[in-house]
Structures are given as C-alpha cells and as structure tokens.
Ligand binder design. Structure first.
Ligand code: ADP
Ligand code: MG
Length: 269
C-alpha cells in the first residue's frame, strides 16, 4: 500500500530524514515511536504529500507523490489526523463538520449524506450528529475529526499523536475507534504516539531516532528490548517493565507479556 524508498528530507537548515525505507501493507496497523525531534511528523507528512522528498520516493497504492498527475489522487487516499482536534474542526455541528471534506471534493449531496452517516457510525458518533462541536469532550472531538477524514473514503489513515491532548478516557475512545476502522473497514493505519500502552495494539512498530528507523518488529519483539529502548529515551508499557524486572528476580515469565491482563495470567495461571 505504501512504499517509501531511501527517503531524505531537509528543512532549510536541518536534515530531518536520513534515508527511510519502509513498506506498509494493505490493512496493516503500524505504530511509529520515537523521541521528540526524531522525524516522525516529517515522515507522516510525506505519506499524503504535505511534504515532498528532497531525495528518494514515496508511493501510495502505486501513486507517486512527486508526479504532478498522481499527487491529488494520492492525497485523496490518505487521511491525516493531528494532535489538536480544535484546529481540525471547522463547522459548528458534528454533521456539518463531517460533511465539510466531501463537500469540498464536489461529491453529490445524497452521497455526501451516506458517507457522513457511515463515517460517524464508524467512530461511534452517530447519536451526536446534531450536537454543537464546542460541547463535545476532547475524545469526542477527535473522533469527529477522524470521521471528517473518513467521510472522504481514504484507504490510509495517518494519525500524528491523536491522543496527546486527551484524558485517559478520551485516549481509550480514540484508540478503540481507530482499531475498529482498521479491523472492520480494513483501513491501513499509521499511528504516531508517545503512549506505549497504545503501541501494544499495533501489528508492527517502527522506532525512529535522528531521522532514521532504528528498530522494527512486532510489539513483543520491540518492547522486549527494554534496555535499548531506554537508550533511545523511550519507555516500555508498564506490564513489560514489570515482567522484565520480575525476570531479573528469577521469575520465568514469557516474553509475550505486554498488558497487565497478560501479566496477571502469567503470574497466576
Ligand atoms: P517529531 O515529530 O518526531 O517530533 P519532526 O518531524 O517534527 O519530529 O522534526 C524532525 C526534525 O526537524 C527536528 O529536529 C525538528 O526541529 C526539525 N523541524 C521540524 N519542522 C521543521 C521546520 N518547519 N523547519 C525547520 N526544522 C524543522
Ligand atoms: Mg511530531
């Protein structure tokens, strides 16, 4: 679905990406981790052509971001969601806001209504469609922002720290909505986060450091490199940290422990 080959990107005075190679399959849920300034947002913006490579190549579904004829079709395939929902919501009501994207694409009204209804259902916000956006919680606002993107029927959803400004409940709501879109609607997801508990849900995790990918694997493979992650100034999920320390004390715990539930089962079989 997404192919990134030897991608380099330089801001005016800063080399932000230094040779990224990454392939993402159709339907995959990929999490990107990395300390502040490692290049995660710069990489995300290349996936929908918000930035174009200084060198190297980005293709989505065979469309090349540097080919002027393929640029707009590429953009329509990739929906972007950012950190602050307040910057992404434009209209006053939930339904109007969700319709904004498809209206701009010039889609006919009857189809817009259908796409908006389905997008709101997809994030569990149908019953709020007449609600004023400013009355929603942070988690609800971010789900409306996701619906606004989904109403344009993208194949790929790129979310850049979508839960960073939310409380724990809002984080759970957004994560559940994104997982549902991935599992039920087969949307390919690229999810940037600092929340290690969210990364556990990924099919694959890549870790960035200074413009490069320095680690890649499934959650078990990545999170069990506890000491290496600490060197990269990253945490591991609480359950992984506890299992790691208990192993050092002689407990024979499987490396598959990633969540509190799995830790409890491993300790009390
Ligand atoms: P992350 O999202 O992982 O925190 P970014 O992709 O935002 O990292 O930034 C990568 C590097 O590029 C950082 O050193 C950052 O300071 C720099 N950078 C980001 N945006 C700009 C910009 N608009 N102009 C110049 N440098 C930038
Ligand atoms: Mg960032």
């Amino acid at each position: 679905m997404i192919e990134i080959k030897d991608l380099h990107y330089e801001y005016e005075n800063k080399e932000a990406l230094k040779g990224i190679d990454l392939t993402v399959s159709d339907g995959e849920f990929l999490v990107i981790l990395g300390h502040n300034g490692s290049g995660k947002s710069t990489l995300a913006k290349h996936i929908n052509g918000l930035l174009l490579p200084t060198a190297g190549k980005v293709t989505v579904n065979g469309l090349d971001s540097q080919n002027p004829e393929e640029f707009w079709p590429l953009r329509q395939q990739v929906g972007m969601v950012f950190q602050n929902p307040d910057n992404q919501l434009i209209a006053t009501s939930v339904e109007e806001d969700t319709a904004f994207g498809p209206e701009n694409l010039g889609i006919e009204p009857a189809l817009i209504r259908k796409q908006v209804d389905e997008a709101l259902a997809g994030v569990g916000m149908s019953e709020y469609k007449d609600r004023a956006v400013h009355l929603l919680s942070g988690g609800q606002k971010q789900r409306v922002a996701i619906a606004g993107v989904m109403a344009m029927r993208p194949k790929v959803l790129v979310l850049d720290e979508p839960t960073a400004m939310l409380d724990p409940r809002g984080r759970r709501e957004v994560m559940a909505a994104v997982q549902k879109l991935n599992q039920e609607e087969k949307i390919t997801v690229i999810y940037i986060t600092h929340m290690m508990e969210e990364a556990v849900a990924a099919h694959r995790i890549v870790v960035m450091e200074e413009g490069k990918i320095v680690m890649s694997g499934n959650p078990q493979e990545v999170f069990n490199q506890v000491e290496e992650l600490k060197k990269l100034r990253l945490d591991v999920p609480l359950a992984v940290e506890m299992a790691h320390r208990l192993r050092q004390q002689g407990f024979a715990l499987p490396l598959s422990v990633l969540t509190i539930e799995e830790l409890v089962v491993a300790l009390c079989p």
